[in-house]
Ligand binder design. Structure first.
Ligand code: SAH
Length: 260
């Protein structure tokens, strides 16, 4: 039976982390997830959502991702979604009314586990947060534009604000695509065994070890002998050492991170 720990869904049958032998969050249970994205620029999401793993997850019925053009919820001929900011600063702000009506319509259809606003001042997107979101059933993501959205929406309707990094983008669509990609690939059954998310960087707070493929030698550059040895125990040990070494060198802060 699956069980929940610190908000993550574990499963007794879950595959074990190949470094530390702990059960990680990915369950063997197949379940589907619904993600609604609200945007003024749906075209920006067509390509990221229409290819590769995200596309396949939808074809396999493991994820349903629906994009809602915010202008459909306006009532004027020009389909206005923004207005001048109060105060002395120049710039436009996304209006409450279309967002409110869109959310009301969606919330009448289902209950959302999280209503997310993409925002540079939100909590940073990490692997732990992606793991956590991947255990949810229904997510709603609002992409901001211009100077952002009327703050009353943030205060009254948004349950979580997420930033994809300390820099400012022109709109929330790319951020939404990054969040969706990092989450959807964790849904059991989306990745094949070969590309299992369990061995990726940041799972277990370690960077991934280096990887190689054939030929064993190219241009005088050799694959490490150990990988050709066929001794899987020794190979796993080497990979673990490499992971720890690379983490120490490149991201030592990860090694000191306490479990959230
Ligand atoms: N004036 C705002 C930035 C607005 S940028 C500020 O200084 O905080 C326009 C929109 O792009 C934002 O509303 C947000 O939805 C999105 N965005 C910009 N940078 C982002 C980031 N780092 N992470 C997530 N979303 C971001």
């Amino acid at each position: 039976m699956p069980f929940t720990l610190r908000g993550y869904r574990f499963c007794n049958e879950a595959k074990r982390c190949y470094f530390c032998r702990r059960n990680l969050i990915v369950t063997t249970q197949k379940s589907s997830m619904r993600i609604d994205i609200v945007t003024v620029l749906p075209e920006l999401l067509e390509s990221p959502l229409g290819h590769s793993i995200i596309h396949r997850s939808q074809k396999k019925g493991l994820a349903e991702i629906v994009v809602h053009p915010l202008r459909n919820y306006t009532h004027d001929n020009r389909k206005t979604v923004d207005d001048y900011a109060y105060g002395p600063d120049a710039g436009m702000v996304m209006k409450i009314q279309p967002i409110f009506e869109c959310f009301q319509e969606l919330q009448a259809e289902r209950t959302y586990d999280e209503i997310i606003y993409t925002s540079p001042d939100g909590e940073p997107l990490t692997q732990q947060l992606a793991n956590h979101l991947s255990t949810k059933k229904n997510l709603l993501i609002l992409c901001g534009h211009y100077k952002g959205i009327d703050h009353r929406i943030r205060e009254n309707m948004i349950t979580r604000e997420i930033s994809i990094g300390d820099y400012v983008l022109s709109g929330g669509e790319l951020a939404a695509a990054v969040i969706v990609d990092s989450v959807v690939r964790l849904i059991p059954g989306v990745l094949s065994d070969e590309t299992s998310a369990l061995t990726d960087s940041f799972q277990d707070d370690l960077l991934a070890p280096p990887v190689y493929t054939r030929p064993a030698e190219f241009n005088g550059w050799k694959v490490p002998d150990i990988l050709l040895s066929g001794n899987f125990g020794e190979i796993e040990k080497w990979q673990h050492q490499q992971a720890v070494e690379r983490t120490k060198q490149l991201r030592p802060n990860l090694l000191n991170r306490k479990d959230e």
